[in-house]
Design a protein around this ligand. Structure first.
Ligand code: SF4
Length: 492
């Protein structure tokens, strides 16, 4: 029989809420769980930063700094602090019937002799999964004997603007809502404990629960077991939840005759798959390109969106450009020129970036950006930030054109596999030399992590220079790839 863990953390129990197979595998087949990647680690780090910021709002709190795996040490220290009627405790630990949870912040009222729980979330609103998570935690704490006055979720406040961080958090009192859920918790826990004591892996099929509320770390294992072909209904453009309806009917292959009720773009993907021939509507491309006007400026931003705002008048998660690359193509016969900017210190990147951006975007030709609404929104925000350059920046917005809809409407290659992202379209159309594989900075989130490292004074010079070169190379490649794609479209 599978061994029973002594205490089950709230994090693991939440896995069980999502999928019983997931909690079983995480306990008994840890070897199937891939290591935490840099992207997920960055999310965890961000959560820790938000947690530390929330603690600042409760001066004189005492932190139980035992490491996460030290269940019994944390419980012992918590008992000591509770006994001393400590006003504020961070990371207090509680246990009830094998379930273990740590509370971000608990505050004691000497008048009522009860405790208020504050659970910190890095989001800008309360989500359904937070109620499950905090509900379980409060249930464990209440049953462990903690008299609870109220339970609040503290999340980031969209209205907050740097440098005034006094209103960085919003508190939402969820006491009554959570108490109503208490009766639903024991049956769920019974099922979870029964599952993990079983000898065999629960027979649970893949489904929407594999991605909701969080992407399950066992996806490559479970989905691999299903032998889903590389080009399946899961790779239809914009297929969303319809793929699960098809999966339930055992319709997986794109040449299945039961595959009906598709959108025109999905129909096209199926017909390209069957014929193995790339689809191109040359007239469509030609008509769309007819209105594009030289000089063309191919523009790409890299942005940072910190949970805790750090630049003037920005809010939580607001995107701030710290880098751009612009390839300028004056006329069909002219050579390309290139301009770029990368901010490399902790100051606000915008004052330096804006004049250089305007210089790169001179003329009255079009500005080309892939998924251009992202770039034009950033420019609108830069215009709001800079009264000096507002008019010039606003004038850029109407000059944007976008190759993405042209690919979506008029081109389909079997290697798109349902995606029209630049990272998929470029190597499919231009060949693998236009792949981003092997680059130190190979996508937007890697660019953000590189930026954080570059501006960190603790980064050594050699590493910093390496990241600066890699960041410049990456952003430059994005615009160069765009140029090549547009040239490809023009040459059709
Ligand atoms: S991948 Fe899906 S089915 Fe497999 S354990 Fe995770 S949630 Fe469950």
């Amino acid at each position: 029989m599978a061994s029973k863990p002594t205490l089950l953390s709230k994090t693991k129990i939440m896995r069980g809420y999502q999928c019983l197979k997931s909690i079983y595998l995480t306990i008994h087949h840890k070897e199937l769980e891939p290591p935490v990647g840099p992207e997920l680690q960055a999310i965890f780090d961000q959560g820790n930063i938000v947690g530390a910021e929330a603690r600042k709002q409760f001066p004189n709190g005492i932190l139980i700094d035992n490491p996460p795996w030290d269940f019994f040490g944390s419980l012992k220290r918590t008992r000591e602090l509770l006994k001393e009627e400590t006003d504020v405790i961070f990371e207090a630990a509680f246990e009830y019937k094998g379930c273990y949870a740590r509370a971000d912040i608990i505050v004691y009222s000497k008048d009522t002799k009860r405790w208020s729980i504050y659970e910190v979330k890095s989001t800008t609103k309360v989500k359904d999964e937070h109620l499950d998570d905090v509900g379980l935690q409060a249930w464990i704490m209440a049953n462990a004997g903690l008299p609870i006055e109220k339970i609040c979720i503290m999340h980031l406040n969209n209205e907050c603007r740097y440098p005034n961080l006094k209103n960085l958090f919003t508190e939402v009192d969820v006491t009554d809502e959570l108490r109503k859920q208490y009766n639903d918790i024991p049956p769920k826990l019974t099922e979870i404990f029964k599952t993990i004591r079983d000898e065999s892996i629960p027979d649970i099929d893949i489904g929407p629960h594999c991605d909701s509320p969080n992407e399950c770390p066992f996806k490559s294992h479970c989905w691999g077991e299903k032998n889903i072909p590389p080009n399946s209904v899961f790779n239809l453009p914009n297929v969303r939840d319809k793929k699960w309806d098809l999966y339930k009917e055992d319709i997986l292959n794109l040449d299945d005759s039961r595959l009906t009720d598709l959108t025109p773009v999905q129909e096209r993907a199926v017909s390209v798959y069957k014929s193995k021939k790339r689809f191109i509507d040359k007239d469509g491309v030609k008509n769309a390109l007819a209105s594009w006007k030289f000089p063309l400026v191919f523009l790409d931003f890299e942005t940072i969106n910190p949970a805790i705002p750090r630049y003037e008048n920005t809010g939580p998660y607001q995107q701030v450009p710290f880098q751009f690359s612009a390839h300028i193509w004056e006329s069909p016969d002219a050579d390309l020129t290139h301009q770029e900017y990368l901010h490399i210190d902790a100051s606000d990147p915008r004052p330096n970036l804006i004049p250089l951006l305007l210089n790169a975007c001179q003329g009255d030709g079009n500005i080309v950006a892939y998924y251009s609404s992202f770039e034009s929104r950033r420019i609108a925000e830069l215009a709001e930030f800079s009264s000096e350059h507002r008019k010039s920046l606003e004038a850029l917005i109407e000059r944007f054109v976008d190759p993405l809809p042209l690919f979506r409407e008029f081109v389909y290659d079997i290697n798109f596999e349902g995606s029209f992202s630049l990272k998929t379209v470029a190597p499919s159309i231009l060949g693998e030399t236009q792949s981003y594989q092997g680059m130190i900075v190979a996508d937007g989130s890697a660019a953000q992590r590189a930026f954080e490292e570059i501006i960190n004074p603790e980064t050594n010079e050699e590493r910093r220079n390496e990241l600066i070169s890699a960041s410049l190379e990456y952003c430059k490649k994005d615009t160069l790839v765009m140029v090549d794609l547009v040239k490809w479209l023009m040459n059709l």
